[in-house]
Write a protein that binds this ligand. Sequence first.
Ligand SMILES: C=C(C(=O)O)c1ccccc1
Length: 373
Amino acid sequence: MTTLFDPMKIGDIDVANRLAMAPLTRNRSPKAVPNDLNVTYYEQRATAGLIITEGTPITHQGQGYADVPGLYLQQAIDGWKKVTDAVHAKGGKIVTQLWHVGRVSHVSLQPNGAAPVAPSAIPAGGKTYIINPDGTGEFVETSAPRALEASEIPGIVDDFRKAARAAMDAGFDGVEIHAANGYLIDQFLKTGANQRTDDYGGSVENRARFLLEVVDAVSGEIGAGRTGIRLSPTTPANGISDDDPQAIFDYVAAQLATRDLSFIHVIEGATGGDRSFQYEGTSFDYDAFKATYRNAGGKAGWMVNNGYDRDTAMQAVESGRADMVSFGRLFIANPDLVERLETGAALNDPDGSTFYGGGAKGYTDYPALDAAA
Ligand SMILES: C=C(C(=O)O)c1ccccc1
């Protein structure tokens, strides 16, 4: 029987076990450049079967939070190279999450103080994290977005492609396309944010067009076997919603099945919250979603997320419902999470007050088992 601790191959990526470190924004990379503290943080967690880095904006326009690392400056690529070298030296595997926030941004974070971009001029209604001129950080309301012209969309697709190339130049084993949590690609997918009347809006085919163009551009650049994707069919994160998530995601599943990707990373329910959350008047079936993908020939590793613990993660893999399980907060607090779950050791508790911003406290100072012994 396959267990959570068995190796596997996801596309072209060999992983030592089926625990993934989920992408976690930590706001500790000033000027969008990864630094030595980031190197230590990821190196400490290299025993994960797969590390998925924090969201990494593909361009300045794609940035929506202060002090997140990018992939659009050579300095950042050089900084990421130190991270990947350190993780590889410990025998780990690491991919980076390619991120464009779309409307979830603030004019102070945008090129020339411009409005954030989105499929339609519909505000996210959420908050984002900025650093004020005096250096203090705070969560503020996102700025009102402008609707992208259709003529701008191919350029953003190419920005994803260029970022994927930059990721490989930085030594990553692959990428995860961030198509979840109410960010740009998810905004195109869902009716609550996409009310376009051109080829990128209306039908499920049109709303999925941008996602598939990004998948094809990234896969074409670095290989489908090193390309994963994160989806969140029913999350309310960043004010996103949809009238019929089963329709759009069953279509997406059937389309992705033909593209030989490395992994499909699915957030179940509300991101970091209620796993049973459903958009008003809808009922999304996650097992049917996966069955659609597999029945259409999809072979990518199926990775599940949201509130899993040792027992539920082991059960998900042993039952065959999932190939991998990603952990966020547990990896924040337990750099050696794999050993702790495999041996049933006690777990450190994460300190939510240090999740975003700051330095080593709550970032690289969580003790490993051998340190605590
Ligand atoms: C990249 C994020 C996501 O995917 O939700 C994120 C961003 C800021 C805070 C928490 C999470």
